[in-house]
Design a protein around this ligand. Structure first.
Ligand code: S3P
Length: 434
């Protein structure tokens, strides 16, 4: 266990480039590993989660080389790996790789994960992949053994908006000629659809009465391409949040992905009253990107509705921490998915806020936070091996009246390995070991 304390940090601010987007990095490695030819990836996130995917893609037979400026991935016909596929803490690795591997007839692979990942629901991908023709040994959680097969099509209605479920099915669908469609209640992040198009795969997306429908077209052969990974809005969010709550602060983050399926947090900050500017908007490898500046201002409470949840999903713990600095009651609805993330995030946020003097009222799939315009702090937060809980509560401490301590910073390496030094370079007072 590596504890860290975040101390009040007046003077925080400046410009910093955050690392590459985690979701896009996973997808670039997997699609590159399936494609004909060599894909070059610039700006790949080199965090533990993404490295788990890289090791798996190699184990399935692709060739990966790390150059000075970019990574190159040469695709292959996937084979049974010589070892178990260890996904560590990464749900994206587990779910996307199961989908990608499911259509290779004769392939056999056992997927495993750490204690947190081994508790997370896998039946949401196992069930549709089984309907398509794949076979699984094991239960609804890792470890499971996949037997790849010649797959048929599917028309799958997902009960939750989940990009991981959608992507697993689309990746499996690349290996069949039959119709493949996924319908979800609200659109989840669409990086797979954007990147599949970059690799030459045809697809379609439309609003149906049943929900948001994404389908594969006839052309499903992947051709290698070059991908530039934009900065991760889910990592930049920790810098933006600190800027929003620290008196007089302002932060600029260049080159951040502003795909509309990911902008829920920055839109929420704007609705709360923080100063937000977007400069230099451009398209990079099919993804919209901008330089984003966030400036502190008095904050209003926020109401997050179920339709807004998918575009804010990974930032909800942080948004609840920011809401503690607003004057009045914030309300988060339809957030039950937080209970099955790297930890029970709804429970962890409620406990962490309470430990720092913030009144909050958790329900099964909702949360109310009573902001008082200032936060007492002074508490210790259990992060339950969850990177986003760790960074959300360190952010709380940067703006609170007293330091906030987290019990363990080690999970931060799963998504944002240089978090501590990058935040310190902007003036954040983060002290390790206390
Ligand atoms: C991700 C999808 C989301 C998100 C996760 C990354 C992805 O999960 O929370 O951090 O890269 O597809 P769900 O698909 O379970 O909502």
């Amino acid at each position: 266990m590596k504890p860290v304390s975040a101390h009040p940090s007046p003077g925080f601010g400046g410009t910093a480039t955050v690392p590459g987007d985690k979701s896009i990095s996973h997808r670039a490695l997997i699609l590159g590993g399936l494609a004909d030819g060599t894909t070059r990836i610039k700006g790949l996130l080199t965090s533990e989660d993404v490295m788990a995917t890289a090791a798996a893609v190699e184990a399935f037979g692709a060739t990966i080389e790390r150059g000075e400026d970019y990574w190159s991935v040469t695709g292959a016909e996937w084979q049974s790996p010589g070892t178990e596929i260890d996904c560590g803490n990464s749900g994206t690795s587990a779910r996307l790789l199961m989908g990608a591997a499911a259509g290779f007839d004769g392939l056999r692979a056992t997927f495993k994960g750490d204690a947190s990942l081994s508790k997370r629901p896998m039946e949401r991908v196992i069930r549709p992949l089984t309907r398509m023709g794949a076979k699984f040994e094991g239960g609804d959680t890792l470890p499971v053994t996949l037997h790849g097969a010649q797959l048929g099509g599917i028309d799958h209605e997902s009960a939750v908006a989940s990009a991981q479920v959608k992507t697993a099915i689309l990746l499996a669908g690349l290996r069949t000629k039959s119709p493949v469609q996924v319908i979800e209640p609200h659109p989840s992040r669409d990086h797979s659809e954007v990147m599949l198009a970059m690799f030459g795969v045809e697809g379609d997306a439309e609003q149906l009465e049943a929900g948001w429908a994404v389908s594969l077209g006839k052309q499903r052969q992947l051709t290698a391409t070059d991908i530039v990974v934009p900065a991760d809005p889910s990592s930049a969010a920790f810098l933006w949040a600190a800027a929003a709550i620290i008196d007089g602060a302002s932060v600029t983050t260049p080159g951040v992905c502003i795909n509309a399926t990911r902008t829920g947090f920055i839109e929420a900050l704007e609705r709360m009253g923080a100063g937000i500017t977007l400069d230099n908007e451009r398209i990079q490898s099919g993804e919209p990107v901008a330089d984003i500046t966030v400036t502190q201002a008095p904050l209003q409470p926020i109401h997050v509705t179920p339709e807004q949840v998918p575009a804010t999903i990974d930032e909800l713990p942080l948004l609840a921490c920011v809401a503690a600095f607003a004057e009045g009651e914030s309300h988060f609805e339809g957030i039950g998915e937080l209970r099955v993330k790297e930890s029970d995030r709804l429970g962890a946020v409620a406990a962490g806020l309470a430990a720092n003097g913030v009144s909050c009222f958790p329900e099964k799939d909702a949360l109310r936070v009573l902001g008082k315009g200032e936060v007492r702090g002074g508490g210790t937060v259990m992060v339950h091996h969850d990177h986003r809980i760790a960074m959300a509560f360190l952010t709380l401490g940067l703006g609170a009246q007293n330091p906030v301590r987290i019990d363990d910073m080690s999970p931060i390496a799963t998504s944002f390995p240089d978090y501590i030094s990058l935040m310190q370079s902007l003036g954040a007072r983060l002290e390790q070991g206390v």
